[in-house]
Write a protein that binds this ligand. Structure first.
Ligand code: AMP
Ligand code: GLY
Length: 419
């Protein structure tokens, strides 16, 4: 029996902790720092630094560390754990660059013929502007580095493009010391997940996210307002094509470059008229995609994640339930702009008690016997159903059982599949 430590505090980490806790090969799950809802399922601990994490792992005999978000991966937490002989799920820093530098990712795609938007990669504003001058609009301007979801501007005309370039190089947008400029692609987006141990790669589900804050995909971008899985737009043929043309060549490329990738490759795909194209790689699970994925995952998660770290992924079994899953994100009013903290959320037990429902917590905190909202995205109300329409009905029934006047959610998650 094994102890596991999950690193993070979002709905994604709640879903992973919850599934790992159900694993027959896991004795105890810890989560650092966790949140008010995660603490109801597993033990939360506060570990401030990477050194603290290593110390804790030794003390608690941790057999696997599962890292939720990209920043610790880019900062080399896996390298540090490996040096202490502690298995960790996620890539080393040199492979986490696939998310940490968009230019690095694009250069890999170009070198190994992986389908992605045509692009240029620039380290000064003048050359970036010259590139834009010769191209059609809309055109996409991206900060090279991590920008917490704020590093992509879709410029409708050249003036907007030049403004975005200036803002990135002046440091007004994080991660913009260098800039990728790319062709605007049209189509439907899909979040596609593949696990890899550096040599083998296997599919691990796919979902569709709703990034805009408002119904009908209106309003500003967010971290994600809801997901459903599996989206019917992703046919078996497209899945096979994605593995063959994007995932497997990437795994081989990274090994060849001397930076083997292990963990999860989260490919943001654009299903263009000419086939799936890679918009971006994330080197960690999606949030809120993971909530839908983990709801459907069927089986023992621990050996699967361990095999990514230790090798032997070709020998593990993966299965998902045939039902569809949907996650509706409830956020504090005002999000993704300014919002107040500290409002009480009631009715959570009632929602969680509904059949085929699990409420994952993101920005919550326990205060006495109350659960209060302390973040933008606060809950991921997740449900299963025979069809996507049924999963949607079940998810919104749970949403409606939650009494939280200061919160809101979209009412149309899954519309593309249900219309
Ligand atoms: P990224 O962080 O690269 O996924 O970009 C965030 C969002 O910007 C994506 O989910 C897309 O909706 C959009 N986007 C990024 N690149 C492109 C592109 N080349 N063409 C059209 N939309 C894009
Ligand atoms: N839901 C998109 C992401 O996790 O980046």
């Amino acid at each position: 029996m094994n102890n596991v430590l999950v690193i993070g505090s979002g709905g994604r980490e709640h879903a992973l902790s919850w599934r790992l806790k159900q694993s027959p090969s896991v004795a105890k799950v810890f989560c650092s720092p966790g949140n008010g809802g995660i603490a109801q399922d597993v033990e939360c601990v506060a570990l401030a630094t990477h050194d603290d994490i290593v110390e804790f792992c030794k003390k608690e005999n941790i057999a696997l560390v599962v890292i939720g978000a990209e920043q610790p991966l880019v900062d080399g937490l896996v390298d540090k754990l490996e040096a202490a002989n502690i298995p960790a799920f996620g890539p080393r820093a040199n492979a986490a660059k696939l998310e940490g530098s968009k230019g690095f990712m694009k250069d890999i795609c170009k070198k190994y013929n992986i389908p992605t938007a045509a692009y240029g990669f620039f380290s000064d504003a003048q050359s970036a502007k010259e590139f834009v001058a010769g191209r059609a609009c809309p055109i996409v301007i991206k900060a090279d580095g991590l920008a917490a979801g704020k590093g992509v501007v879709i410029a409708q005309d050249k003036v907007e493009a030049e403004t975005a370039i200036d803002e990135m190089f002046s440091g007004k947008i994080a991660g913009g010391e260098r800039v990728v400029i790319e062709e605007f692609l049209e189509g439907e987006e899909v979040s596609f997940f593949a696990l890899t141990d550096g040599t083998n790669a296997i599919e691990f589900g796919y979902a569709q996210d709703h990034k805009r804050v408002g119904d009908g995909d209106k309003g500003p971008n967010t971290g994600g307002m809801g997901t459903y899985a599996p989206p019917p737009v992703m046919t078996d043929a497209l899945r096979a094509q994605t593995m063959k043309e994007i995932i497997l060549p990437t795994v081989a490329a990274m090994a060849k470059e001397g930076a083997p990738f292990s963990g999860v490759l989260f490919a943001g795909l654009m299903l263009s008229k000419t086939g799936p194209k890679l918009l971006e790689y994330n080197v960690r699970f999606g949030d809120p995609e993971t909530q839908s994925l983990m709801m459907r995952f069927d089986g023992d998660l621990y050996p699967v994640l361990l095999a990514c770290a230790a090798g032997g992924l070709d020998k593990v079994n993966i299965s998902f339930r045939k039902e569809a899953a949907m996650c509706v994100v409830m956020a504090t009013k005002g999000y993704p702009g300014d919002y107040a903290k500290g409002s009480e959320i009631r009715g959570l037990e009632k929602a969680d008690a509904l059949p085929n429902v699990k409420v994952f917590h993101a920005g919550t905190k326990r205060e006495g016997d109350k659960i209060v909202a302390v973040g933008g995205r606060v809950l991921g109300v997740t449900a299963l159903g025979e069809t996507i329409a049924e999963a949607q009905k079940n998810a919104y029934k749970a949403v409606d059982a939650i009494d939280w006047p200061e919160g809101f959610c979209r009412r149309d998650i899954g519309w593309r599949a249900i219309k």
